[in-house]
Design a protein around this ligand. Structure first.
Ligand SMILES: Cc1ncc(COP(=O)(O)O)c(C=O)c1O
Length: 507
């Protein structure tokens, strides 16, 4: 059945040709099929005969049809079956991919993070751009032993499906770990995720409709913002003080808007390294209760405190089941195991289970079995102690290097984080971050500029420096080179400013 749309600006013969072509390529018209005589089809479609002639001529030009003596125009028999079409000498049409993507893709087309990743992954580059645990500290020997034991003891079972909510013993191990931090919940309130990133994705899917509002700290973890925006959220950034999200701003914004949830990273915030004070945590919960707005607490770095007193998580302080808590093993262990978890009210877990089922059925079974063993055999707490010690050492090396190599004439300062993976370093206003990235790339240094962590253009001239991925030697060398790059960028700006000669009026 061919449909003609006379309102459409596409010429009629092209409309007919395109539809016939689709029928041929999808096999509805098989090779050798006799196309209707031109006059007959013209009558059926109520068009001129020349229109059909033109349509058939186009099909022949594409080798999709041929003229035969006696039979008229037929579908090219040389096409063979539809499966052979790719092998025929038809020039395939270039797919216009960019017109096929969903709306969601157009919302997250930022390439700066991809450029940084590309640079950071180069072997000759010292990368301060990563956000991962020290790779060499991963307990390889223990994992090898566990692997062998699991396979010889349980054969194929650890490779079979596990429950959508997650391998029960691992959920129980996580419940135990959380209990030690004052979070008292049942195994039913925990679900294993393929990385806590999946928890951000599920939170967006479960709660966000187009146009909904979400509050985050400003700056914040860029992937979280990207996910929320991809699902149509209007992300509003709440400024930060040096002890976390500004409660004055939050209170004011809550009186004006009704967000679906408040996303926060209270411990060793990404990117600033700031930790939310206990007082603010209590205030945040009080505001969330007052405005009946849930909190999405992202505790990716909670395990990594190097000094100062542990502060209870929002989840531990929450009396009313308002907090959905996400965490992960990625920042302390092999991030490629892809294991994170969510702790939330049972009804939210129920929704997440539906999403998990349609997304990836369950998190990798073998990873879950291995991790559970690692935690149960008490290697995990030993491992954490090793990680804390070495992370702190590297943090201090970076802090010392910053002090040592900082150019005396420039105003450069940084926040000393009590834990986590990042130092947030503030540069003089004159430094253009794009220029700096270029200069740093020439010196083979990668970092993440502030812009990435803001929802809109920011005037925050900071950069995020990770101190766990590079080795101690690389940290020293890299900070020295970075400071040289900063000095170069500063000088370039000064020269630029000096090169503007005063224009004298002609008299
Ligand atoms: C704040 C925060 N949340 C979540 C994640 C995602 O971690 P994963 O998916 O590896 O658990 C990251 C990773 O960098 C992060 O910084």
């Amino acid at each position: 059945m061919i449909n003609i749309d006379r309102e459409n600006s596409t010429p009629l013969y092209m409309q007919i040709k395109t539809q016939l072509k689709d029928m041929i390529l999808t096999g509805k018209l098989s090779p050798g099929y006799k196309l209707p005589p031109e006059r007959k089809l013209a009558d059926i479609l109520n068009v001129n005969r020349s229109t059909i002639l033109n349509a058939y001529r186009e099909l022949k030009a594409d080798n999709l049809a041929i003229s035969t003596v006696g039979q008229g125009t037929i579908v090219n028999p040389a096409l063979g079956s539809v499966a052979n079409i790719n092998n025929s000498n038809i020039t395939p049409i270039q797919l216009p991919w960019k017109h096929l993507y969903s709306k969601m893709m157009s919302l997250s087309s930022d390439t700066i993070t991809q450029d940084i990743l590309e640079l950071a992954n180069r072997k000759d580059v010292i990368s301060f751009a990563a956000g991962i645990a020290i790779p060499e500290l991963n307990p390889l020997e223990e994992l090898k032993k566990i692997n062998e034991e699991l396979i010889s003891q349980f054969k194929h079972v650890p490779f079979q499906h596990t429950s959508t909510q997650g391998y029960y013993p691992l959920r129980d191990s996580i419940r135990n770990l959380m209990q030690k931090k004052g979070i008292i919940i049942s195994n039913d309130e925990i679900m294993i995720l393929s990385g806590s990133q999946q928890g951000l994705d599920f939170s967006a899917r479960a709660f966000i409709n187009q146009g909904d509002i979400v509050f985050t700290e400003e700056p914040s973890y860029f992937c979280a913002r990207q996910i929320f925006e991809a699902f149509g959220a209007n992300v509003i950034g709440i400024p930060m003080d040096d002890d976390g999200m500004s409660m004055e701003s939050l209170s004011y914004m809550l009186s004006r808007f009704k967000p679906k949830f408040i996303y926060t990273i209270p411990n060793f915030h990404n990117p600033t390294g700031i930790t939310m004070s206990l007082e603010k945590r209590k205030k945040l919960l009080a505001l969330s209760y007052k405005h009946q707005t849930p909190i999405l607490e992202d505790d990716a770095y909670g395990e990594l405190r190097y000094e100062g007193e542990q502060i209870p998580s929002l989840k531990a302080l929450d009396q009313n089941n308002y907090v959905v808590y996400l965490s992960t093993f990625s920042k302390v262990l092999f991030m490629g195991l892809r294991i994170g978890w969510v702790a939330a009210p049972k009804q939210v877990i129920q929704q997440f289970k539906v999403l998990k089922q349609i997304s990836d059925v369950h998190t990798n079974s073998f990873s879950q079995w291995c991790l559970d063993r690692l935690i149960r055999e008490n290697n995990y707490s030993n491992h954490i102690q090793t990680v804390l010690k070495e992370n702190k050492r590297r943090r201090d090396i970076m802090l010392n290097s910053l002090n040592r190599f900082k150019p005396q004439n420039l105003e450069i300062s940084w926040i000393i984080p009590e834990g986590g993976l990042y130092i947030w370093c503030s540069l003089p206003d004159e430094i253009d971050q794009k220029e700096l990235m270029k200069n740093a790339e020439e010196k083979r240094i990668a970092f993440v500029p502030a812009k990435v962590f803001y929802s809109e253009d920011c005037d925050d001239n900071c950069i995020r420096l990770n101190f766990t991925f590079p080795s101690p030697n690389q940290i020293e060398k890299g900070i020295q080179l970075l400071m040289e790059a900063i000095t170069d960028s500063y000088k370039e700006k000064q020269n630029e400013a000096n090169s503007y000669t005063e224009i004298k009026p002609i008299v």
